[in-house]
Design a protein. Structure first.
Length: 87
């Protein structure tokens, strides 16, 4: 809720103020960045599955989380990406 409200209002208002001379390009840049982030997230998430053979073992990484479909995925790359983007 709050993140989407900020994205839909404040971010677009800041882009409109900062790029007052080319608003169409600024909003196109927002769409391009959204698409690139979605594609990157999909590519990263498809290749970070944990081994199902270790699911019953205590050697399973603490970052391997079981999804609702029963598969295990390593969430460490997402956490590191979030930390890098936050700074």
């Amino acid at each position: 809720g709050m993140g989407r409200a900020t994205f839909e209002s404040t971010l677009k208002a800041v882009f409109a103020d900062f790029f007052y001379y080319e608003k169409e390009g600024a909003f196109a840049n927002i769409i391009l960045q959204n698409g690139a982030a979605s594609a990157l997230g999909f590519m990263v998430s498809s290749g970070i599955a944990c081994s199902n053979e270790l699911s019953s073992s205590s050697l399973l990484s603490p970052f391997c989380m079981e999804f609702t479909d029963g598969t295990f995925h390593n969430v460490l790359p997402f956490e590191l990406f979030l930390l890098v983007c936050a700074f």
